[in-house]
Design a protein around this ligand. Structure first.
Ligand code: GTP
Ligand code: MG
Length: 404
């Protein structure tokens, strides 16, 4: 007689065997498919944060990096994210009395056709706009101690931009799922630009401590991200490269403003979390920025060509024209990279040029007919007969063809 455990295994085996091959195959495929689809990569973005004495006059670029990755469209990319806020905004549903921001989820297509879902969180430090001291929120006071692999916050809303604070009802309201964020890996930001009042070596020692202490303890993969690389300070670049060698971590050089290597930084971390996720080929920063410039030039040429073809009358107005352009790929791509404000400005300078061209053309026509008109109205010296310019103008304006 079989024991209960063996009986159970036998039943499972018999059930499996009773399934036809396609049924079993489908089950495996769905299971495999589910495993692939269900995985969401939870990524925490960390870096030197705090008041001006700690980080200098501006932040290291965590928010802009998250923003560019989660909402890359030019209309949804904001360069200005504040961390000096009022107690009321700190207690609102977006900040929720925490020192972290939930940036939401985003899907990215990989080169092999598969896709990954990433959930993004930024660990920062909010400063009271009255006292200029860190606000008292949930969790530890010390930033480094807050760099843990699990954070919770009930009913916390996704952050979009600073104008959203206090005006949440007018923005997309997405709640952080389960009130919890369990980190799979850390992106460790290192600003390589010159920042006023940033104490020398502060960033280097801070990141070194972070990588050697809490992040190493968490046992989660880490990737170093150099930010603002389009305006680097050589010394800072040397420091971040030294950190890369010392801590044996991957380093990706990025610029959120120029949109260079931002996706690559996140995908590098995803690849470290799950090696089956293939990475695109790495592009050195200098080539990345060149490639991006070429792409932008192409996008701009295509949009200008479209305007030339569709807008031929300088009386056209933007509100009507943009409705006509909605279905046009060149227009939509331009919006994605440059944004609607610049698209409208380009339209206005195009119609201004059309008006100037038209005026120039009219003027040229007048100049071309002037000799003939003068010949008609004042054909010889006798018709002028010592008259001054005012008198000549009087003769011409009295001529029957003067108005034509
Ligand atoms: P805190 O959360 O306040 O600690 O700051 P942060 O690390 O989130 O920095 P944030 O992204 O807010 O950027 C700080 C400043 O750097 C802002 O003035 C940004 O506009 C600027 N900045 C961010 N990314 C870039 C970049 O790629 N290039 C340049 N030149 N400036 C950038
Ligand atoms: Mg920030």
């Amino acid at each position: 007689m079989n024991c209960p455990r063996e009986q159970f295994q036998l039943q499972v085996f018999q059930r499996q065997a009773s399934l036809s091959f396609p049924q079993r195959f489908r089950r495996d495929v769905t299971m495999a498919g589910k495993k692939v689809q269900d995985r969401t990569f939870h990524i925490a973005v960390v870096g030197l944060s705090g008041d001006e004495r700690t980080k200098g006059s501006v932040g290291v670029g965590k928010s802009c990096l998250c923003n560019r990755f989660v909402r890359p469209h030019a209309d949804h990319f904001y360069k200005d994210h504040i961390s000096i806020i009022s107690q009321i905004d700190f207690s609102g549903r977006v900040i929720n009395n925490d020192h972290f921001l939930y940036w939401g989820e985003v899907n990215r297509q990989l080169e092999d056709g598969s896709s990954v879902t990433c959930s993004i969180m930024e660990l920062t430090e909010f400063i009271d706009d009255q006292s200029f001291q860190p606000l008292r929120g949930h969790g530890d006071k010390d930033y480094k101690k807050r760099c843990k692999s699990s954070l919770s916050s009930a009913e916390k809303l996704m952050y979009i931009c600073k104008d959203q604070l206090g005006d949440e009802v007018n923005y997309d309201r997405k709640i952080m799922p389960d009130g919890k964020f369990v980190v799979d890996g850390f992106l460790v930001v290192f600003d390589v630009s010159h920042v006023q009042n940033r104490p020398p070596n502060k960033q280097y020692s801070f990141i070194l401590d972070l990588l050697s202490g809490p992040l190493s303890k968490s046992k989660k993969p880490c990737v170093l991200v150099a930010t603002k690389c389009e305006e680097p300070e050589e010394k800072a670049l040397d420091e971040v490269r030294a950190l890369k060698d010392k801590k044996k971590v991957a380093l990706v050089e990025t610029s959120a403003f120029e949109n260079v290597n931002v996706d690559f930084a996140f995908l590098t971390l995803i690849n470290q979390i799950d090696k089956t996720k293939k990475l695109p080929k790495e592009v050195p920063f200098i080539n990345g920025i060149k490639k991006q410039k070429e792409l932008l030039d192409k996008v701009e040429d295509a949009y200008m060509g479209l305007l030339l073809r569709t807008v031929t009358d300088y009386h056209d107005i933007w509100n009507r024209t943009k409705k006509k352009l909605v279905g046009e790929d060149h227009y939509n791509t331009y919006l994605k990279y440059f944004g609607s404000e610049i698209a409208a400005k380009k339209f206005k300078s195009h119609t201004k040029k059309l008006r100037e061209d038209k005026q120039q053309w009219k003027k040229q026509q007048c100049l071309d007919t002037l000799p003939k008109a003068l010949e008609d109205m004042l054909p010889d010296l006798k018709s002028i007969d010592g008259k001054d310019w005012e008198a000549c103008k009087g003769i011409m304006s009295a001529h029957p063809n003067y108005k034509e």
